[in-house]
Design a protein around this ligand. Structure first.
Ligand SMILES: [Fe+2]
Length: 263
């Protein structure tokens, strides 16, 4: 059965690519190299990585266009559903006893776009460890390390303790790396927290939050940094802390418009 949306979009994509082939005088050998690249990406498990690096932020921008309240961000290729629920409050992300990294408190508030607190919002948080690696993606990390779910309280306030992730290089030894290398681009993403929020008021929203002044904010390989996605960060020197340990206090307030029904 014909699908009007597919017809409109795919036929335009076809026209665009045919024009592109003519415009650049693409040879058959180059065409075959491109199809071989897509096959290699799939075989290397990097198909999502390739498209996420080059195109996901543009699609997310389209979803954010005209949106009131907090914008969304790219999900990236390393999200896994089903992260464990954390016991608390206070909430602490799953981590190894000797987990490296500066302690981080991620906290803030979730409201409607008009400022009404949203209680019991589900947070699904995931981020890299101090080596820039993700559990279940990179080897030798316990399952669900630095992945966990928790909820906001009755006032929409949330807080979780974890470690500050660093900037990291995306996988560079596979076909995506070959493409980026040929373009002369680096492989780094700035340090970030990934989070999905779920609530009957707004549905599901995906965010990704960055640290002000961090490396690669202006040259993210995925071109996904937006000013609205930067955390409000205070570095707490160990000497001023009750436990004598330095830490990072990172605040972000979410304000969401109600979910729009597709019906
Ligand atoms: Fe990430």
């Amino acid at each position: 059965m014909t699908n009007d949306r597919v017809l409109t979009v795919v036929e335009d994509l076809e026209r665009t690519l045919v024009e592109f082939i003519r415009k650049h005088g693409i040879t058959h050998a180059e065409y075959r190299a491109a199809t071989d690249l897509i096959i290699a990406e799939v075989e290397a498990g990097e198909a999502s990585l390739l498209f996420d690096v080059f195109l996901e932020a543009a699609a997310t921008d389209m979803d954010n266009h005209g949106r009131t309240g907090s914008i969304e961000a790219i999900e990236g290729p390393f999200y896994l559903p089903g992260a464990p629920w954390l016991e608390g409050p206070p909430y602490v992300m799953p981590q190894r006893p000797d987990e490296a990294g500066v302690p981080l408190i991620f906290h803030g508030r979730v409201t409607s776009e008009t400022g009404r607190p949203l209680a019991e919002v589900e947070f699904d948080l995931w981020h890299a460890d101090a080596a820039g690696q993700y559990s279940q993606i990179h080897p030798n990390i316990p399952d669900w390390n630095l992945r966990g779910r928790f909820r906001s309280d009755a006032n929409g306030v949330f807080s979780v303790r974890t470690i500050a992730p660093p900037p990291y290089e995306i996988p560079k030894n596979g076909p995506t790396g070959t493409v980026l290398d040929a373009l002369g681009r680096h492989f780094f993403r700035p340090a970030h927290l990934h989070v999905k929020l779920r609530h009957e008021y707004f549905g599901e929203r995906t965010s990704q939050l960055y640290f002000p002044g961090g490396e690669y904010l202006d040259s993210d390989v995925a071109n996904a940094v937006r000013d609205e996605l930067v955390l409000d960060v205070t570095f707490v020197e160990g000497a001023a802390a009750a436990d004598g340990k330095s830490s990072v206090d990172a605040r972000y307030d979410f304000a969401f418009a109600p979910a729009v029904s597709d019906a």
